[in-house]
Ligand binder design. Structure first.
Ligand code: NAD
Ligand code: LMR
Length: 329
């Protein structure tokens, strides 16, 4: 039986993450090796020519699963019939820009895109926001899409999750596949909290295996939380291939499920769990099954974790209040 292609929209398609992402979507890594895709590349007018170049290269790969590419600068066209939307394009912070200016500039992108998703996307639309500030951009888009169930809007903390897996594997001389049940809580920012207290390494409690709270507080947490800045410092540009890889992982897990006994981290609208105010888009431990996710419930949160989760959630509240004041939500 021939499968109906899945419509995948990528914004910021001509950017560096877009370049690392599109070829993997087209080759089947996003949804599965047997799922045909149609790509929509949404750019601003200045990005259209470069997007056309990328589309020529996609053609030249002759991917068997790629059943069409459309390029546009109109969000209503870009999200028409979209089943999956990867919102990558965003306004980066430039020198001298205040946080309010950054939120306002991104509101000008994510509010109309949220509305266009509301008006044009397929009923089963799943949205991943990558463009920073990812959690609050996702909140702006979600607020502009009242007809789409709020839980379909998610923000990416999978890159932080993957970074934490690698750091923990290095420290303990294990492999990343030995590690399960790690969690990123809060915002995709330097306040995020990578939590190993519930994680397991080859079946043993990770915090007990590490047994070094100073390393946790002074090395592990800051290394993971400030990794984005360290990469910008080293590369002169923000992470691109690893960000694209995490976007692939996020959607693949959402659609295809988490492995038995494991969970992942996703920025999702809070239902009030773990004291995170309802509606804030915050990272939680989640399991995925049949295209849906659920927050892992019942975890004991110790004092060390509580203070750090609260600090990151406080930052999310402040971002939400700022965009509310700007009339963006
Ligand atoms: P980039 O500057 O290389 O590309 C961004 C692209 O977006 C550009 O081609 C630009 O023309 C396009 N764009 C801008 N406004 C747009 C709009 N309204 N509609 C459609 N396209 C638009 O940036 P990049 O390196 O690809 O990064 C993109 C975003 O991802 C940045 O905000 C970055 O900070 C963020 N990021 C997030 C994570 C994460 O873990 N959540 C990780 C890395 C990067
Ligand atoms: C990252 O975590 O690599 C990025 O979010 C950094 C950035 O500011 O683009």
């Amino acid at each position: 039986m021939t499968r109906t292609p899945v419509n995948v929209t990528v914004t910021g398609a001509a950017g560096q993450i877009g370049y690392a992402l599109l070829f993997r979507i087209a080759s089947g890594h996003l949804l599965g090796a047997d799922v045909p895709v149609k790509l929509r590349l949404l750019e601003i007018p200045q990005g259209l020519k470069a997007a056309e170049g990328t589309a020529m290269e996609l053609d030249d790969c002759a991917f068997p699963l790629l059943q069409g590419i459309e390029i546009t600068d109109d969000p209503n066209v870009g999200f028409d019939g979209a089943n999956v939307a990867l919102l990558v394009g965003a306004r980066p912070r430039t020198k001298g820009m205040e946080r309010g200016d950054l939120l306002s500039a991104n509101g000008g992108i994510f509010k109309p895109q949220g509305k266009a998703i509301n008006d044009n996307a397929a009923d089963d639309i799943k949205v991943l926001v990558v463009g920073n500030p990812a959690n609050t951009n996702a909140l702006i888009a979600q607020a502009a899409a009242p007809d789409v169930p709020a839980e379909r809007f998610t923000a990416m903390t999978r890159l932080d999750h993957n970074r934490a897996l690698s750091q923990l594997a290095k420290k303990t001389g294990s492999t990343v596949s030995d590690i399960k049940r790690l969690t990123i809580w809060g915002n995709h920012s330097a306040t995020q909290y990578p939590d190993i207290f519930h994680a397991e390494i080859a079946g043993k409690n990770a915090a007990e295996v590490v047994n070094d709270e100073q390393w946790l507080a002074d090395t592990f947490i800051p290394t993971v939380a400030k990794r984005g800045a360290a990469i910008i410092e080293a590369r002169g540009a923000s992470s691109a291939a690893s960000a694209a890889n995490a976007a692939i992982d996020h959607v693949h897990t959402w659609v295809n499920g988490t492995a038995a006994g494991d969970w992942t981290s996703m920025g999702i609208p809070s239902d009030g769990s773990y004291g995170v105010p309802e509606g804030l888009i915050s990272s939680f431990p989640v399991t995925c099954k049949d295209g849906k996710y659920e927050i892992v419930q019942g975890l004991d949160i110790n004092e060390f974790s509580r203070a750090r989760i609260d600090a990151s959630v406080q930052e999310l509240k402040e971002e939400r209040d700022a965009v509310r004041e700007l009339g963006l939500i």
